[in-house]
Write a protein that binds this ligand. Structure first.
Ligand code: ZN
Length: 271
């Protein structure tokens, strides 16, 4: 571009030793208006992008800006583009606003093969009576057998009456969903379906107090501070740490205390 530079500019800059912003604009021809549709790249206009993109309503012979015939255009988007890359590629779920928490849980549950088999084992009669279970089975069937790259989860979300404008806590959602499915599946007579939630996700927790000194366990035979209760999940405080196993070990490690004060009524009891 310097080849086209008018000589009086050079002289002025040479004599004053100063390059103003205006000089730069003039020298690089930034003042030139944006070019549209010259079909070639104008060499002396930095505002010509015609070689990069076609002008509005313009087209190219091939690629992104290829002109499509009106007939092909009238058919709409090509459904082939929505197919899965291969039969092994997993399918996604459409995001319906703020339902990513539900979609995430649905994908996790679907990927659990035993759970999926349990849902598929429920009798058609039970599915007819339990709309949420029915929609979940339909959604899982589509995730497994459909050729589409993504599945619409709105029938399931609607049946559950989830507000897609409100973000919910995914852990809370999982707990509620599992409790609901447990109730729905209790109507099934197929063992694989009937107890799949309990078999896979239910555990029982009890807090146990033991005494290591003074042989107090003989005096206090009831070691359960609380009777065991059923849980579908429990919370681990993992924020700021990268490893879950550390907290699992911590969670199940007994708390010890070195308190040596013995309640006096124990000795009275012994006596
Ligand atoms: Zn141009």
């Amino acid at each position: 571009m310097l080849l086209y530079m008018p000589s009086n500019f050079c002289r002025k800059i040479h004599e004053t030793g100063v390059v103003t912003e205006d000089d730069v604009n003039q020298l690089y021809m930034i003042w030139k208006p944006v070019c549209s549709g010259c079909r070639v790249n104008t060499k002396d206009n930095p505002n010509c992008f015609c070689g990069l993109v076609p002008p509005p309503n313009g087209s190219r012979k091939s690629g992104l800006w290829e002109k499509m015939s009106d007939f092909v255009e009238s058919l709409g988007p090509d459904p082939n583009n929505d197919l899965r890359a291969s039969a092994d590629s997993p399918a996604g779920l459409t995001n319906l606003g703020a339902t990513c928490y539900a979609n995430g849980i649905l994908q996790c549950l679907y990927m659990n093969k035993l759970f999926r088999e349990g849902i598929f084992s429920a009798e058609p009669d039970v599915l007819r009576q339990q709309p949420v279970l029915d929609q979940l089975a339909r959604l899982f069937a589509q995730l497994q057998a459909s050729k589409m790259a993504y599945i619409d989860s709105s029938p399931f979300v609607k049946t559950l009456e989830l507000d897609n404008g409100v973000q919910q806590d995914s852990h809370e959602f999982l707990t509620l969903l599992l409790s609901l499915l447990e109730r729905c599946l209790s109507h099934s007579k197929v063992p694989k379906a009937r107890t799949v939630v309990q078999d896979l996700f239910r555990g029982s927790v009890s807090h146990v107090t033991t005494y290591e000194s003074w042989n107090l366990s003989n005096l206090l035979p009831n070691k359960h501070s609380f009777s065991p209760y059923n849980i579908h999940s429990f919370l681990l405080p993992v924020i700021g740490f990268s490893n879950i196993s550390y907290f699992l070990i911590l969670y199940f490690t007994p708390l010890t205390t070195t308190t040596t004060t013995i309640p006096t009524n124990i000795f009275q009891k012994q006596a």
